[in-house]
Design a protein around this ligand. Structure first.
Ligand code: BGC
Length: 474
């Protein structure tokens, strides 16, 4: 990985991390982001496994749907609990507990003897997925040097998309023998990595340690990732800047801190982006790609291959986002992404309504995925790690993530019904309206967070929400 040095214009805590330390940070970040891999894997693997499970257990259509969607319900509960857990136990211990829950859920699902034991396994897996999806962005943002923070946080989305693709491939590999237990069982390996990382090589974050008064320990961690002369500055910044309001005592953090006037703009941004990420329709393609593609007239076998192709585009365009997120900024990526999603959804809808060539629908679908993966997909997870001040970060990230899972659940549950009542093309137009609204919202209210410390992000948010006189901010 690229080592970097002190450069003009990159001033700030942790600005100039020596090469070996940068490598250490990347190793930590990659381990933490395994939580993202499990998120992608466990949400993706069921589409293939279900084909065989439904035969073995004789599941009805409703039971099949519930095996898929109980994970989303579990994830909501997990995300809700994660903020509390990460504030109480610390980020590192929370991730370790999540690794354990992943293992437990995998074991339950793999050894399921019928519908109910399988549902139980999926709920437990969901709790782990949801909790990890909230903990990972907060954790990553707290160990990341400012200059590469965007790239480190985008690693989460890269791992989510890798997990989805890995699940599609594992499904393909085990589908010959109908070995669904093996498909799900593969998830135990990354879960073990998460657990081992938390037990042996991941650090606790300086922000959490300082909030708990363990300043000496925080200094020790900082010394391994920052220049020695920056350590005091950073400790001071966290001690003062991390507590902007009287209700923001980091020792007593809870949901309450989110309602403080100073945190509200961040909360609006986090919750709204969480909702539009899902109501923009992404998982109707990710979860239902073969069904939607089949609807264009392409055969079932080819549809599965097309969905692997969509998985690849999803991953490749996330790499593009990683390349540009720190240099071009989060805001610009988001704006371009939302504009691209709106246009491709309008065209996708048109291709269904006018019954155009199926190949055209596929092209628009790929364009839509590409636009999503280069912006809204990763940037949402980056922003929920960045917009909240340290004392509200774990709960802010958890609240946004919970809304993301709730919206995911609603869209996944209702998509096929909406398609049946208003038509496929018209449903994509509804998603287009959501993306157009999000485009306006981001242009108006979301500041650039790249290259800024939390106190600077706070000021920029306050200006955009009209709580301070606007200066020219990105
Ligand atoms: C979303 C997931 C989605 C994935 C697709 C993530 O950012 O939160 O719901 O399945 O992107 O790559």
């Amino acid at each position: 990985m690229q080592a970097f040095s002190s450069e003009p214009g990159t001033e700030g805590p942790l600005r100039a991390v020596p090469g070996p330390a940068t490598r250490t940070v990347w190793i930590w970040a990659s381990t933490i982001a395994v939580g993202g891999f499990l998120f992608g894997f466990d949400t993706g693997v069921i589409s293939g496994a279900l084909l065989f499970i439904k035969r073995e257990f004789g599941l009805t259509a409703f039971e099949q749907g519930s095996v898929v969607s109980v994970l989303l319900l579990g994830a909501m509960a997990g995300a809700l609990a994660a903020g509390w857990l990460a504030d109480r136990l610390g980020r590192r211990a929370a991730l370790g507990v999540e690794g354990l829950v992943f293992l437990l859920g995998t074991a339950l699902a793999v050894t399921a003897t019928g519908y109910w034991t399988l549902v139980l396994g999926r709920v437990v897996l969901g709790v782990a997925v949801g909790a990890a999806s909230a903990t990972v962005p907060a954790y990553l943002s707290e160990i990341a040097p400012k200059r590469i923070r965007g790239r480190l946080l985008t690693l989460n989305q890269l791992m989510i998309t890798s997990g989805i693709l890995a699940a599609y491939l594992v499904n393909l590999a085990f589908s010959a023998g109908g070995r669904w237990r093996e498909m799900i069982g593969v998830g135990a390996l990354p879960a073990l990595v998460l657990l081992a990382g938390a037990a042996f090589w991941l650090p606790e974050t300086p922000a959490w340690l300082i909030a708990r008064g363990r300043v000496d320990k925080a200094r020790a961690v900082l010394r391994s990732i920052a220049h020695p002369e920056e350590v005091d500055d950073l400790v001071h910044r966290y001690r003062s800047g991390g507590r902007p309001g009287p209700d923001a005592d980091p020792g007593r953090s809870g949901w309450r801190v989110l309602l403080a006037a100073s945190v509200r703009p961040a909360l609006v941004v986090g919750l709204l982006l969480a909702a539009v990420q899902q109501f923009g329709g992404i998982n109707t393609i990710i979860y239902y790609a073969p069904t939607v593609i089949e609807g264009t007239g392409i055969s079932a076998g080819n549809s599965i291959f097309c969905s692997v192709f969509i998985g690849v585009i999803n991953l490749v365009m996330t790499l593009v986002a990683i390349r540009f997120i720190d240099t071009r900024g989060r805001r610009r990526l988001l704006l371009v992404s939302l504009a691209g999603m709106t246009i491709s959804l309008v065209l996708l809808g048109l291709s269904f309504v006018l019954v155009l060539d199926p190949a055209l629908s596929l092209v628009f679908m790929v364009l839509y995925i590409a636009a999503y993966s280069a912006g809204l997909g990763p940037v949402f997870w980056v922003l929920i790690g960045e917009v909240f001040p340290p004392h509200a970060r774990a709960v802010g990230s958890a609240a946004s993530t919970t809304v993301n899972w709730l919206a995911n659940f609603v869209v996944s549950l209702t998509f096929l019904t909406v398609v049946n009542s208003v038509g496929t093309g018209q449903t994509f137009w509804l998603f287009a309206v959501v993306c157009a609204f999000a485009l306006w919202f981001v242009a108006r209210y979301v500041p650039e967070t790249g290259g800024r410390e939390f106190d600077e992000v706070d000021t920029a948010l306050a200006e955009r929400f009209g709580r301070r006189r606007p200066q020219r901010t990105a």
